[in-house]
Design a protein around this ligand. Structure first.
Ligand SMILES: C[S@@+](CC[C@H](N)C(=O)[O-])C[C@H]1O[C@@H](n2cnc3c(N)ncnc32)[C@H](O)[C@@H]1O
Length: 271
C-alpha cells in the first residue's frame, strides 16, 4: 500500500535531519521499497507499526536505521575510469614525490558505499606502485551506512557487481572465488580502514589526507550542506593535496576556498 502523504513527509523530514539527504516526491516508491527492507531486518509487522515506532520518543536508533536504509548506494569498480588512470599517471606519483620524506600516503573515500571505489584505488596502488610496499599507505573508508561499511569490509561481490567495471585481469589477480561470488583478497582488504561517519556532523579527528574522494554523494544534499561539507573537508586536506568530486557534481555557485584544475583529463580541486 502506498505511504500516506503525512507519513511520506515525516520520512522526508527524518531523512533530512539524520543524513542531510533531500528526498524528492518522485522517490516515494524507492522509499517504500527501502521500508520493506527495514521491516525484514527489524522484524516489525508492517509499515504502520514502523511509523508508530519512528514517531515515538524511543525511536532514535530506528530513525538512524531508516535514514541509512534510504541512502542511494549505487557504485561500481573504476567508476569514471579516467580518474583512476590519472591516479596512476599523475596524482599518486605526485603525492609520493611530496611525501618522500615521510613515506606515507593518506587517502580518504568519504562516501565509500560497498567498497568498489576504495578497492579500485587499492588495486591501482598495488598494481602500479610496488615500491609502496615499504610505505605507510592509509585508505580511510567512511560512510553513513553500517550495512555498506560491512559489505566493504567483507569485500564480497556478486558476478553482476564484478562485471561492472572490473577488468578480467584484476578479477583474476585480486579476487578469490566464493561459490557464485567473489571476495577481494586479504592483501587488499587489509589496506582499507573503515569508520562510520555522517558527513553532516562535525568530523571526528582525521589525520591530514593527501587525496580525498567525495564522489556522487554531494548531489543528495542541499547547497548549504554541500558547502559546509566541502569547507570542512578543505581543512582536512594537506597543503597541495587533491580533492575529487563526482563527474556530475560541481562547486559552481558556492563560496569555497578551492581552485579547480584539470590534470590528465581529470577535474580536481586544491585549497
Ligand atoms: C551513490 S553512493 C557513492 C559511492 C561512491 N563514492 C561512488 O561514487 O561510486 C553514495 C554513498 O553516500 C552515502 N551517504 C549518504 N549520505 C551520507 C552522509 N550524510 N554521510 C556519509 N555518507 C553518506 C550513502 O550511504 C552511499 O553509500
Amino acid at each position: 500500500m502506498p505511504l500516506a502523504t503525512p507519513d511520506f513527509e515525516f520520512l522526508q523530514h527524518l531523512v533530512a535531519k539524520r543524513s542531510g539527504n533531500v528526498i524528492a516526491p518522485r522517490q516515494q516508491q524507492m522509499i517504500e521499497q527501502r521500508l520493506q527492507k527495514v521491516l525484514v531486518s527489524t522484524g516489525l509487522d508492517n509499515v504502520d507499526t514502523l511509523m508508530t515506532e519512528l514517531k515515538g520518543t524511543r525511536g532514535h536508533t530506528l530513525q538512524d536505521r531508516v535514514a541509512e536504509a534510504i541512502t542511494v548506494n549505487e557504485t561500481s569498480f573504476y567508476r569514471d575510469a579516467h580518474l583512476f588512470q590519472a591516479m596512476r599517471t599523475y596524482f599518486i606519483p605526485e603525492a609520493m614525490q611530496r611525501n618522500a620524506a615521510t613515506r606515507t600516503i593518506r587517502i580518504w573515500c568519504a562516501a565509500g558505499s560497498s567498497g568498489q571505489e576504495p578497492y579500485s584505488m587499492a588495486m591501482v596502488l598495488r598494481d602500479h606502485f610496488p615500491q609502496l610496499d615499504r610505505w605507510n599507505v592509509d585508505i580511510l573508508v567512511t560512510d553513513l551506512s553500517e550495512e555498506m561499511l560491512e559489505r566493504s569490509r567483507n569485500g564480497i561481490y556478486s558476478q553482476l557487481e564484478v562485471n561492472r567495471g572490473l577488468p578480467a585481469r584484476d578479477l583474476v589477480r585480486f579476487f578469490d572465488r566464493r561459490g557464485s561470488r567473489w571476495q577481494v583478497k586479504s592483501e587488499l582488504r587489509s589496506m582499507l580502514r573503515h569508520q562510520r561517519l555522517n558527513l553532516i556532523d562535525p568530523f571526528p579527528p582525521i589525520h591530514a589526507v593527501d587525496i580525498v574522494l567525495i564522489r556522487n554523494v554531494l548531489i543528495y544534499f542541499d547547497q548549504p550542506t554541500r558547502q559546509s561539507i566541502l569547507n570542512r573537508i578543505g581543512k582536512v586536506l594537506t597543503p597541495n593535496g587533491h580533492l575529487f568530486i563526482g563527474s556530475a557534481e560541481t562547486m559552481i555557485g558556492m563560496n569555497l576556498p578551492y581552485e579547480r584544475k584539470v590534470i590528465d583529463g581529470t577535474v580536481c580541486y586544491q585549497t
